[in-house]
Write a protein that binds this ligand. Structure first.
Ligand SMILES: [Zn+2]
Length: 293
């Protein structure tokens, strides 16, 4: 351009020549532009083809990563439940033990009360027998005999109660021993489960973090609209599967048969095709094979 301006100021001939050259250049440039445009279009067309395939690969990759995260979370989700169950069982056992111990205390108290009653009856009998030595008549003597007989019955009754309480006391002691042994087993189980949980949390947290990062990274390859659809399907689908592979001519998610034409379309990778029944995105084995995960 700077050269053209210089020629313009020097001579008319030169000006004409320059104009011609410029025109030629312009034409040439225009051809080149159109060539470039054509080339660009070709590339774009090509890239559209590739990009559907790439989108499918990206989606299937995302699904594999997210499924692994799901699996990790399920494993981690079940262990705390087991721990919770054990903790509940331990609380139940401790309550039962407390009740048994209170039972034992009350049996002991009742037994000692009855033993005390026996002592009192024996003391009365001794006193009545002494009084019998000093009676003035038979009527007084008989009356004391009746009192003594009554106290003997009282003692027998107390002894019967003591033996009943003792049976209950012994049975409850066995219950306590059983409950204590179960409790110590459960406490041991709880320690083990808690240890397992800690280990698994530590092991999987790192792995989960890595996978979530990878999932986020992979999401970038998928356009927003498609990603939203993927997330929506995944949320509603059982097992969190939004992208499934065709298995034996059927949807790998709901196992509905896929018509041959649709099957063909899926294999063409020209557009994203969803299952007519469950709405999951369908990929064929060639896409699945591309995903090394
Ligand atoms: Zn389906």
């Amino acid at each position: 351009m700077a050269k053209a301006k210089t020629s313009k100021s020097t001579s008319t001939a030169a000006k004409t020549k320059t104009t011609k050259t410029a025109a030629k250049k312009k034409v040439k440039a225009s051809v080149e532009v159109s060539k470039a445009k054509k080339k660009k279009e070709e590339v774009q067309e090509e890239s559209t083809d590739v990009s559907i395939e790439q989108k499918l690969i990206a989606l299937y990759t995302l699904q594999q990563i997210d499924s692994q995260v799901d699996k990790i979370r399920i494993i981690r989700g079940e262990l705390p439940l087991e721990v919770q169950d054990l903790e509940d069982e331990i609380v139940g056992l401790e309550t039962r033990l407390e009740n048994y111990r209170q039972g034992i205390e009350s049996y002991e108290k009742s037994i000692s009360e009855k033993q005390q009653a026996i002592k009192e009856s024996e003391a009365l009998i001794t006193r009545y027998k002494e009084q019998q030595m000093n009676v003035r008549n038979n009527r007084e003597y008989d009356s004391l005999t009746k009192e003594i007989e009554f106290q003997i019955l009282e003692i027998q009754l107390s002894e019967k109660r003591i033996s009943e309480f003792t049976v209950s006391f012994e049975a409850t002691k066995t219950d306590v021993e059983d409950a204590e042994s179960t409790l110590s087993e459960r406490k041991n189980d709880l320690e083990i489960k808690k240890g397992e949980l800690d280990d698994i949390v530590a092991e999987t947290e790192k792995e989960e973090e890595r996978l979530v990062d990878k999932s986020d990274e992979n999401e970038k390859f998928i356009e927003d609209r498609l990603l939203k659809a993927y997330k929506r399907i995944r949320k509603n689908a059982r097992n969190g599967l939004a992208v499934v592979q065709i298995e034996r001519d059927a949807c790998g998610g709901c196992f509905s048969k896929i018509p041959p034409q649709r099957h063909l379309d899926i294999r063409m990778h020209k557009k994203i095709i969803v299952c007519e029944y469950c709405g999951r995105i369908l990929v064929d084995s060639s896409i699945a094979e591309e995903v090394k995960y």
